[in-house]
Design a protein around this ligand. Structure first.
Ligand code: FAQ
Length: 311
């Protein structure tokens, strides 16, 4: 019986049909999706923190309005993604519990500090730029609710990337001090942005199976290369330098060759030992605890309404 269901499922994947929440799916397919989509949701929510840090200090009303809108969009992305995860049979409470207990990961990138205004430019340009490359590939992922969430999220991310690049352009066309700030932000965010794509394919335990299921449509290394190829010419336009002495266009392959990522740093950050891991988790757990009275009040009100109906 299960063999038969599995054959039908595999045939649907081969035909590029979307798998929907109530369809039969292998348990491992379900679990892998819960893992990836929830980690993606957690990343959106934790990702609000480094940028939220600058809302009160944005240099103009226009910049403040744009940054506020961007951070709100990220909350929205987190909510669509939590909803998509819930369709796989796990509750929001369980998902939060996994984040707060450290069982679930979120993107390594959000464990770095945003120390100057130029970091807001670099995050939009590089971090959202990397996120779009990863997420455009996910728009054709096999699980319907995830694919549909990605289509809308990508549209919003395009605006995020542009607002970041425009901040960088303004700084790079400004005073020497402003240009130096932009260069410093690129120096600090470049390598962590490359790490967002995950370990090398050879060291990635999940890629092979996720490619077969069409959860992933491109591998970590393919997407990373695409990011480098797209972003280096943008740095040239800004007139700032990518902090990689090995970076060089290779006319034979048509791609940029680039230096080795510090994989030790990557795994340290993933395991919870990055510069801001502790601060980020304290912010999330603290928000959950401080919000408990709202959840209790909502429950008490719902109970009262239910009793009224019975009476
Ligand atoms: N950080 O075998 P793989 C955003 C973990 S964008 C932390 O390659 P997989 C927008 C991985 O989970 C950022 N952990 O795994 C925004 C696994 O551990 P596990 C979010 C990482 O899943 C912008 C282990 O290493 N985007 O939020 C990282 O096939 C600006 C082995 O790795 C997404 O989540 C990492 N960088 O490939 C918001 C995209 N890389 O689970 C605010 C969706 C790997 O076994 C401001 N996710 N690990 O314990 C994906 O595409 C994939 O999950 C990958 C990893 C590519 C991230």
């Amino acid at each position: 019986e299960v063999k038969n269901l599995e054959a039908i499922f595999e045939a649907r994947i081969a035909r590029d049909e979307k798998i929907e929440p109530k369809d039969w799916m292998p348990e491992k397919y379900r679990q892998t999706h819960i893992r990836q989509i929830s980690q993606h949701a957690h990343s959106e929510i934790v990702g609000m923190l480094p940028e939220g840090n600058w809302i009160t200090r944005a240099p103009s009303l226009r910049r403040k309005a744009a940054l506020l809108a961007k951070v709100q969009d990220e909350a929205g992305h987190g909510l669509y993604l939590y909803s998509a995860t819930e369709t796989l049979g796990i509750s929001r409470e369980e998902l939060f519990d996994q984040l707060h207990s450290g069982k679930a990961k979120y993107s390594s990138i959000f464990n770095y500090p945003s120390v100057t205004w130029a970091d807001i430019g670099a995050i939009g340009w590089l971090v959202d730029g990397a996120a779009i490359i990863n997420q455009v590939a996910l728009c054709t992922t096999s699980f319907g609710p995830y694919a549909r969430a990605m289509v809308r999220i990508c549209k919003e991310e395009s605006f995020h990337q542009r607002q970041g690049y425009e901040i960088m352009l303004t700084l790079c066309n400004g005073t020497p001090e402003q240009k130096a700030m932009a260069q410093d932000a690129l120096n600090r965010w470049w390598w962590p942005s490359l790490m967002m794509f995950g370990p090398r394919d050879a060291d990635s335990p999940h890629t092979e199976q996720s490619m077969k299921w069409k959860l992933k449509r491109k591998t970590n290394d393919e997407l990373r290369q695409q990011f480098v190829d797209q972003t280096v010419p943008q740095a040239d336009i800004l007139g700032i330098t990518v902090p990689d002495p090995d970076l060089k266009f290779n006319p034979e392959t048509g791609h940029y060759d680039f230096g080795e990522i510090d994989w030790d740093e990557f795994w340290q950050v993933v395991k919870g030992h990055g510069p801001c891991n502790k601060e980020r988790m304290e912010a999330r757990v603290g928000a959950w605890e401080r919000g408990s009275w709202v959840r209790e009040a909502a429950m008490a009100y719902a109970e009262k309404q239910a009793k009224k109906k019975v009476a």
